[in-house]
Write a protein that binds this ligand. Structure first.
Ligand code: HAM
Length: 453
């Protein structure tokens, strides 16, 4: 027996979506579309235009902007070789020592976020020549190799916005936050809580970080292994700790708010005033430091109900200097990203998800003449915006009505030989079983009127 024949008898492998990724199916996708459509509308009213950036970029871009030592870059990126030579080595199995030999510019990574890409695009397309600031928004999949759990995926979706160039006026920070809150309000997201903080700038933060490190060293023995390591690598991240036994210690640590330089303190105070003018309610949270390196001054996070431990539905902040760091002109920047998966989850948990959309009309037809009429009816109804199910083969009327019911259709349009020869079509309302006959032209008008009710 040939090898091919043996293979044929093997049970075919059952494929499943890779851990941390998932399929989004109807009717849930209708909610995703509604959320995205609302983002297009709301962000449009604030003067933002959509940008679409590639799914993968040079690894170096992310390492330089997000920070090589951050969890996102050091542990969570999906990285592969970008050069033809590299791919050839992989194909031929010559992978030994490959990673250590590879130059950073040879590597590409699936994007773990989009702020770095938007800054790269700003520079690449000379957007500093445009009227400033440039306001951009995006939506799409991001990739992080995190431990999957409720609200945390390896392929997840973000809806984000960035405002680049121009001034760092506090009104900009406040308006960016106002825009997210407007978006959430329009979606009727429940339990929305906005936390804000200022993490200072390159003038005041380094001094605060040193002070924090010195204080942390004094209590090092009482901290867990992660926090102990972070005293060296990034003391600010210790403030993020959720460990029960570290909370009392953290609460006694020096707070950045007491160590901001004059400019940062004034900026923060003005941001709060501007939020007040816009009626945006916030809570100050001195421990909100964010996990990416590019932030300075204003940081914020938004949580919502129904999400369990992964309850941050949006994170953002100011990142003046990032464009310059990536080789562009000096430019201010601030933005946010919403976790769309979590946003959808929260809407579903609070019952704000729209019910499954059934068909409007199921066409129950029988007979050759009725078939041609049914095709014409379907065309006209769809043109008028109705969702129509036209069965491909004729069915007994009883079966057709059962099928219409299962699909959640509002009406069954009954077309048999009698209807076609009389020119009077029967419309059955499935909710109450009532039936009426209409001439072809009146039927559309009747359905239109019913829809408007
Ligand atoms: P981030 O805090 O890393 O910020 O992510 C923003 C949001 O994305 C989070 O609050 C969360 O809702 C969602 N998210 C992150 N990781 C996952 C995951 N594994 N599964 C599901 N959802 C997730 C950023 O990405 C910045 N680029 C935001 C920004 C834009 N800052 C300034 N401009």
């Amino acid at each position: 027996m040939s090898e091919g024949a043996v293979k044929k008898e093997e049970k075919p492998r059952k494929f499943q979506a890779i851990r941390g990724t998932r399929d989004l199916l109807p009717p849930e996708t209708a909610l995703w579309n509604r959320v995205e459509q609302t983002a297009h509308e709301v962000f449009g009213t604030f003067g933002y235009g959509e940008i679409r950036v590639p799914i993968f970029e040079s690894t170096d871009l992310f390492a330089r902007s997000i920070g090589a030592e951050t969890d996102v870059v050091s542990k969570e990126m999906y990285t592969l070789g970008g050069s033809a030579e590299f791919s050839e080595k992989v194909r031929e199995g010559r992978t030994e020592g490959m990673l250590s030999e590879m130059q950073p510019e040879e590597m590409i990574s699936l994007r773990p976020e989009a702020t770095a890409s938007v800054c790269r695009a700003y520079i690449e397309h000379g957007m500093q020549q445009l009227p400033q600031p440039v306001k951009l928004y995006y939506m799409g999949p991001m990739f992080r190799r995190e431990r999957p759990q409720k609200g945390r995926y390896r392929q997840f979706y973000q809806i984000g916005a960035e405002i680049l160039g121009g001034t760092d006026a506090p009104a900009i920070d406040a308006e960016v936050i106002e825009m997210v809150m407007t978006f959430f309000a329009k979606l009727e997201l429940q339990g929305v809580q906005l936390d804000i903080n200022s993490i200072g700038d390159r003038n005041c933060r380094p001094k605060y970080v040193e002070l924090l490190r010195a204080e942390l060293l004094k209590v090092k023995d009482k901290l867990g292994a992660d926090s102990q390591r972070r005293i060296e690598t990034n003391p600010l991240r210790v403030l993020d700790s959720k460990l029960e036994n570290e909370q009392a210690i953290i609460e006694k640590l020096p707070r950045i708010g007491d160590h901001l330089c004059k400019d940062c303190a004034e900026h923060y105070s003005a941001v709060k005033q501007e939020l007040g003018l816009r009626g945006v309610k916030y809570r100050e949270n001195w421990r909100l430091v964010r996990g990416l390196d590019y932030y300075m001054r204003t940081t914020f996070e938004i949580t919502a109900s129904g999400l369990g431990s992964q309850n941050a539905v949006c994170g953002g902040g100011r990142y003046d200097g990032l464009v310059e760091l990536l080789g562009g002109p000096p430019a201010k920047g601030i933005g946010f990203a919403i976790g769309e998966d979590r946003l959808i989850l929260s809407l579903q948990e609070s019952g704000k998800a729209p019910a499954q959309q059934g068909r409007d009309v199921y066409i129950a037809w029988m007979g050759e003449r009725a078939h041609a009429t049914a095709i014409r009816a379907a065309k006209d109804l769809r043109k008028a915006g109705f969702s129509v199910e036209l069965p491909p083969v004729e069915q007994k009327f009883g079966k057709a009505l059962g099928q219409a019911d299962k699909l959640g259709a509002k009406y069954a349009l009954i077309l048999g030989d009698n209807e076609v020869s009389e020119g009077l079509w029967t419309l059955k309302t499935l909710a109450d079983g009532s039936q009426a006959k209409f001439p072809e032209a009146d039927l559309l008008e009747h359905l239109r009127k019913q829809r408007a009710l």
